[in-house]
Design a protein around this ligand. Structure first.
Ligand code: 5GP
Ligand code: ZN
Length: 114
């Protein structure tokens, strides 16, 4: 855990969030500012600032994030489609420096993203 990290504090229940999934390696919760009817954030418990910072050994965790997204998409009845997104760094608009996968669904989405 990183002491001054928002998502580490959410994982440790020091800051409240609407948790929708937890296992020993990954947790997921509702985004505070949803950009779609379903907008969840799926995170590793291990503090990794961004996708730029992953190292050998993180492969399973990265696959696990997508597997949890697929499971949650099924639970949220997103059969019509959904999007998983990882914003990395300044140009992509990453605002929280703890790796997270966005799961967005429940509306039509444009491509390319803004
Ligand atoms: P990023 O911009 O880094 O890809 O995504 C960060 C996301 O975290 C944003 O969608 C933002 O709404 C969400 N967020 C920021 N602070 C909080 C918070 O305190 N609680 C929750 N549940 N989500 C947050
Ligand atoms: Zn963290």
């Amino acid at each position: 855990m990183s002491a001054d990290c928002l998502f580490c504090k959410i994982a440790a229940k020091q800051i409240p969030a609407k948790m929708v999934y937890e296992d020993p390696d990954v947790f997921a919760f509702e985004d505070i500012g949803p950009q779609a009817p379903t907008h969840l954030l799926i995170c590793p418990r291990k503090h990794i600032a961004s996708l730029e910072d992953v190292t050998d050994g993180d492969e399973l965790m990265l696959g696990h994030l997508q597997m949890v997204a697929a499971k949650l998409a099924r639970e949220k009845n997103l059969q019509q489609g959904f999007r998983t997104v990882i914003n990395t760094g300044q140009n992509a608009g990453q605002s929280v420096l703890h790796l997270h996968l966005h799961l967005l669904g429940g509306r039509n989405m444009r491509w390319p993203p803004g």
